[in-house]
Design a protein around this ligand. Structure first.
Ligand SMILES: Nc1ncnc2c1ncn2[C@@H]1O[C@H](COP(=O)(O)OP(=O)(O)OP(=O)(O)O)[C@@H](O)[C@H]1O
Length: 827
């Protein structure tokens, strides 16, 4: 009895599978009759035909098709013909995509999420297969496995009779056109550039590309092909993505929700075009859509739920069998039944191990009904299957029954073709003949300009804003020697010693733009102004300043305390800002020194008597009056180049991966190494441009000195940019989103800025931090660059040499780490 149930079950399963696979609605009838003679009765595989290769998970079976054991534990005899013909063998012959017992899950342990659960699916050649299911049921995952971007955990998968991912089968390659759910477009490109880019990848010639661009722009109602993709609406962008997948007339089209954001008329036009591609050109199309009803136009639909296929049949068959008006109703009903079965079936399911689609369907009373009904109603006629309600054979049935076959006599495709041919001018045969505007030169995008100008802008900000002396600092003066400083402070000249305070004040304030004098009547008022932050400091001249100043001057070393106090100017500074305070002190010192030298000269004394007995001769390296800008310039060059390259590379790789561009290029047949080389090449061009602009501004515009050979600066800057690129690559292998990459970049920026000797000499750090700092990517390079610029050293000097060695080592480290992370992730 058990055995009988098993056989019945297998027959039901076989019938369902047969129902789903024998029909090739566009390409003509099944080949069962033609091929039945040559079939191997035991395996069902056509003699002499090569077995499909399989993308397998860990399924143990060595058979090309593995069928799950039925409830008796015995394997269903899959290749047994159930109607005197070997329909199964036809499936092998005619199917483009075949998935058997696919299992796929994400995560591990308690986080494990099963996304494909013993899913079986067959897509016949020349059919449109509508994959339907709620969001998150695993459609995209399945498509990713079909195009070879993901691997199954268990089960088998073949495309074009080979393993997806194997270039010899044409996938990845030009046999497949893939439209992923993500946009997967370079949004900075124009429509034309985008299509040309993929056209070149597919090896199309220019003329063909232009022809296709013209057709696709009109067919998909796209805006002018010189429009930048970023500026298009979401729906328009999706249509450009769709155009990319159609561009090279692939044999297999895999479209993940191509009609999202498309208005109903255009949607219908798209479907008409797909139908024509399938019917007239034998293209095979797998399409997912959320508009369930539009899938009525598919030749086959697979209703998917929680990783299972609930049913797989022509839409009209489903509607008829369920006696429901819409596919949505059918889907709903199947889901409800599936829920009920799931609720009662957990133990059985868990022991079943692997459960085929047929097994799943068998547990559904309603679907079993469908099977039985099919069986009952099905008639055999002339060796082909005939379905109820139709007097035609299977192929004809589908043609008549499916609504799209009632498409208007002239399809959109034909209309557009006609419109295009009407538009053609007499010399339309010329290879240059394209729609106006589509072959125009495009100006560089603002983003590209920004990319090149960014370093220049940063250098300008740095050179203009950093390192200059603070000026116009307000300073309070209380002069008790004169009653009204503004009107009564007479400045004397020559060897004259009346109101020396006024002469000194003039020397301090009038000869420099650093300080602005703000006179106050009393010490208290001046102090209050300092306290309020209105002035940066105050100086108070005693009432008898001139008298005691002269006494101090003439008395030489024999000076009493009273003289010292009365001849001194009392200064209180706001030291809250170190740079400003230094500047104030410097201005006061220089003002005093200038006054005193002048006084000595006027009184015919040697002015040097007013100087400290320290003579600073010409420095060995650098200037007598060093400039903070020159100290920081090497670090700034490195920071700008390193971190621009880092953020650009990180952003590009992460964005391209997130947006599906890397996948799309890979599926189009581009090798990962080619992607990498093209990125390195283009980014190196950007880097070279940025380096040139940065150095031109530093050395030629702002005249920052470089005592050594500029070539070593250029070399080191390019290498630092390369190190930044490699670091960006490394971060992009770790993180999947741009925000994390940017956060980490910023997180790395500050240690570099603070510890690499860019802002402050390394000699000012504690020894332990200094040791760590030397191992950072920018430290040795910064020091090397500073030594070239201010000391004029060349590569033979260890400091410069070490800068190069350190940078090259970091490049190697980042590349090795990226490689390790990629290997770990892919395993
Ligand atoms: N890389 C991943 N890591 C973890 N979980 C994932 C990953 N990709 C997809 N998933 C999960 O797997 C399930 C199936 O995702 P999938 O994208 O295949 O669904 P879908 O049917 O295509 O959904 P939609 O129609 O919304 O696109 C979802 O729950 C999703 O969250």
């Amino acid at each position: 009895m058990k055995r009988n149930e098993a056989v019945e079950s297998s027959l039901e399963s076989l019938e369902i599978v047969s129902l789903t696979h024998v029909i090739n609605p566009y390409r003509g009838r099944s080949q069962s009759t033609e091929n039945s003679q040559s079939n191997s009765p035991s395996t069902g595989i056509k003699n002499g035909s090569s077995l499909p290769s399989w993308s397998t998970g860990s399924l143990n079976s060595k058979e090309p098709f593995a069928f799950a054991p039925d409830q008796t534990g015995q394997s269903t005899p899959p290749m047994q013909p159930n109607d005197g013909q070997n329909n199964y063998e036809i499936k092998i012959e005619s199917s483009i995509v075949k998935v058997v017992n696919a299992k796929k899950s994400y995560g591990k342990g308690i986080h494990k999420k099963v996304v494909l659960d013993n899913l079986c699916l067959t897509v016949p050649k020349g059919s449109i297969y509508g994959l339907l299911g709620a969001s998150g049921c695993g459609k995209t995952t399945l498509l990713s496995c079909i195009v070879g971007r993901k691997n199954l955990d268990h089960g088998r998968l073949s495309v074009f009779g080979g393993v997806p991912g194997d270039r010899r089968t044409g996938i990845p390659g030009k046999r497949v056109g893939y439209m992923p759910q993500e946009l997967a477009l370079y949004i900075e490109f124009t429509i034309k550039e985008m299509l040309e880019y993929f056209g070149r990848i597919y090896g199309m010639d220019r003329h063909k590309i232009r022809e296709k661009i013209d057709f696709l722009v009109q067919f998909l109602d796209l805006p002018h092909c010189d429009r930048v993709i970023r500026t298009l609406s979401g729906g328009q962008q999706r249509r450009v993505s769709f155009a990319v997948s159609l561009l090279h007339d692939p044999e297999l089209l895999i479209l993940d929700e191509p009609t999202v954001g498309v208005d109903p008329m255009l949607r219908q036009s798209i479907w008409n075009h797909l139908i024509r591609l399938a019917k007239d050109e034998g293209k095979t199309i797998i399409i997912t859509t959320h508009y369930i009803e539009e899938a009525r136009q598919a030749s086959m639909v697979g209703l998917m739920r929680n990783g299972h296929l609930l049913a797989e049949a022509p839409p009209s068959t489903l509607l008829e069998q369920f006696n429901l008006p819409s596919l949505e109703d059918v889907f709903l009903k199947l889901c409800v039944k599936h829920e009920m079965v799931d609720a009662h079936d957990i133990p059985a399911k868990s022991t079943a191990g692997s459960m085929s689609l047929s097994g799943t369907l068998r547990k559904l009373p309603l679907v079993s009904d469908l099977t039985l009904t099919n069986t009952a109603k099905r008639q055999k006629r002339g060796g082909s299957l005939v379905y109820p309600g139709s007097t035609a054979m299977a192929e004809d049935y589908s043609i008549q029954a499916i609504s799209y076959m009632k498409a208007p006599e002239e399809t959109e495709f034909q209309k557009i073709k006609r419109r295009l041919s009407m538009k053609k001018k007499p010399n339309s045969g010329s290879s240059d003949q394209v729609s106006p505007g589509c072959c125009q030169m495009t100006v560089p995008s603002p983003q590209l300009l920004f990319l090149f100008l960014l370093p220049a802008v940063q250098v300008i900000f740095f050179c203009v804003a950093i390192g200059q002396d603070p000026t116009e600092l307000k300073f309070a003066v209380v002069n008790h020697e004169v009653s009204n400083m503004t009107s009564n402070c007479t400045v004397t000249t020559g060897c004259d010693f009346t109101t020396i305070s006024c002469r000194l004040l003039e020397s301090i304030f009038n000869n420099s733009s650093t300080l602005i004098m703000v006179p106050f009547e009393t010490d208290e008022l001046a102090r209050e102004a300092v306290a309020k932050g209105e002035v940066w400091g105050m100086a108070v001249f005693p009432e008898t300043f001139t008298k005691y100043f002269l006494k101090r001057l003439w008395s030489s070393l024999d000076v009493d305390n009273e003289t010292l106090i009365q001849s001194s100017i009392q200064v209180n500074l706001d030291m809250s800002n170190q740079q400003v305070a230094f500047q104030l002190q410097k201005a006061l010192h220089e003002g005093y020194q200038s006054f005193f030298r002048q006084l000595l000269t006027d009184c015919e004394f040697p002015p040097e008597m007013g100087d400290l007995p320290l003579v600073f001769k010409d420095p060995v390296y650098g200037d007598l009056h060093p400039n903070f800008t020159e100290f920081m310039a090497p670090g700034i060059i490195i920071l700008i180049i390193f971190f621009l390259a880092l953020s650009l590379t990180g952003d590009i790789f992460v964005t391209e991966r997130r947006d599906g561009l890397l996948d799309r290029s890979w599926i189009a047949g581009v090798l990962p190494s080619e992607i990498l080389i093209s990125h390195v090449f283009t980014q190196f061009l950007v880097l070279a441009g940025q380096t040139a602009i940065t150095l031109v501004f530093i050395f030629l515009v702002f005249h920052i000195k470089c005592e050594g050979p500029v070539g070593w600066i250029v070399g080191l800057t390019l290498l630092q940019g390369t190190a930044g690129m490699c670091y960006g690559l490394f971060l992009s292998t770790i993180f999947n989103d741009v925000a994390a990459t940017i956060q980490f970049s910023i997180g790395s920026f500050y240690p570099c800025l603070l510890l690499s000797g860019i802002l402050w000499p390394l000699e000012g750090m504690p020894w332990y931090l200094r040791t760590v700092a030397w191992y950072l990517p920018c430290t040795a390079a910064c020091q090397a660059m500073r030594d070239v610029m201010s000391r004029g050293w060349g590569i033979t000097h260890p400091s410069v040499y070490l800068g190069y060695v350190s940078t090259l080592s970091w490049i190697s480290v980042f590349i090795i780490l990226s490689w390790i992370v990629i290997k770990v992730k892919s395993s």
